[in-house]
Design a protein around this ligand. Structure first.
Ligand code: BYC
Length: 311
């Protein structure tokens, strides 16, 4: 069958809502775009452990510490499902990690911001996991089978992460004036960076048209951002928090909140590697990888030994 016919059948299969599985024929650009997006997603999960890891030793009590530890371990698990899912497309773990370590692969912009106070743990769970979940619920419908199935499991865990973050925020807001002020100050810092997690809009979202056609993505960046804003503003109001956007306004006709233009210069600067924490995050990942060499070598030696016993 010629390439054109294969492509036609591939598109028809997607349009019928069928999943593409690892051994099915797929265009090279579909494979490449998925490897890019899924490996970036995996990197985001493991780099995303760092800002919260910063607070494990300073959690205010044992209960908070246990919850935070469990949540961070879940993120490691998400990274592993996603690396494994990307491997089904022919990418190797080494290639993906090399690309992260030498700056060729991106990870979510949000993890290049520092976590300065305990209230930031609330904001990460409420806003960052909340935004991630809006995006990932949509990705449950992605056309690539292994990615879609990974998303189902991940979303269940993200729902818990989101609630634990909101509970931290709610507790601070019901506390002393100082605690409430700490929550508001954290919201002021995290609101706009959380909105840029959904990616750029219009022509700056260079991958969207093709990704939507192949149903790699099911909704565009701006629609998901708007969904997140509509969902989150009432949650802030319920706790007496003020969204730090003077232009935020409910538009009754369109049933959506209007909001200020985001700072895209800052966003593009951050994803180019110039955010407040970029260098530290990549260095922490590289160091962890180097320190883990003996574990990988031991696992390989054990696997070799078992193989020779079986043979
Ligand atoms: N950050 O054409 P576009 C979590 C890049 S973590 C950095 O719209 P696309 C959690 C984009 O890569 C969950 N880069 O791209 C973990 C592209 O550059 P390249 C993370 C961004 O792929 C621990 C260029 O901008 N979730 O839950 O169609 C603790 C043009 O963009 C970003 C995912 O990764 C960004 N925010 O759409 C707590 C979801 N936005 O690659 C929580 C999966 C854009 O050409 N990914 N860029 O150099 C996606 O859904 C899509 O990749 C995006 C971007 C919506 C992010």
């Amino acid at each position: 069958m010629n390439e054109e016919k294969l492509l036609e059948e591939f598109q028809a299969k997607i349009d019928r809502g069928e999943k593409i599985e690892p051994n099915d024929w797929m265009p090279d650009a579909y494979r490449k775009n998925l490897i890019r997006m899924m490996s970036q997603h995996a990197h985001s999960e493991i780099v995303g452990m760092l800002p919260e890891g910063n607070w494990i030793t300073r959690a205010p009590n044992l209960r908070r510490k246990m919850i935070l530890l469990a949540k961070i371990q879940d993120e490691a698990g998400h990274g592993l499902y996603l690396y494994s899912a990307a491997e089904t497309l022919g990418a190797t773990r080494e290639e993906m990690l090399d690309a992260l370590h030498d700056g060729r692969a991106k990870y979510s912009s949000i993890f290049n911001y520092p976590t300065l106070t305990w209230a930031d743990m609330g904001m990460v769970g409420w806003l960052v996991d909340g935004a991630a979940m809006v995006n990932q619920v949509s990705l449950m419908g992605t056309s690539y089978g292994p990615y879609s199935r990974a998303m189902v499991r991940i979303c269940k865990e993200e729902a818990f992460h989101n609630r634990q973050g909101y509970e931290i925020v709610a507790t601070l807001c019901a506390g002393t004036e100082e605690q409430k002020a700490m929550a508001q100050e954290a919201l002021n810092r995290w609101w706009f960076p959380a909105l840029t997690m959904f990616g750029p809009k219009g022509a700056d979202s260079v991958h969207s048209d093709q990704a939507l056609k192949w149903q790699i993505k099911r909704e565009d960046n701006e629609s998901l951002r708007q969904k997140f804003i509509n969902m989150t503003v009432p949650q802030a109001e319920a706790r007496g928090l003020v969204i730090p956007d003077p232009n935020l306004k409910w538009n009754e006709d369109e049933k959506r909140y209007e909001y200020s233009e985001l700072n895209w210069d800052e966003f593009f600067n951050v994803i180019k590697g110039n955010g407040p924490m970029n260098k530290e995050r990549v260095k922490a990942r590289k160091d962890a990888h180097d320190k883990g060499l003996w574990v990988r070598q031991a696992a390989e030696a054990y696997a070799e030994k078992r193989k020779s016993k079986v043979a």
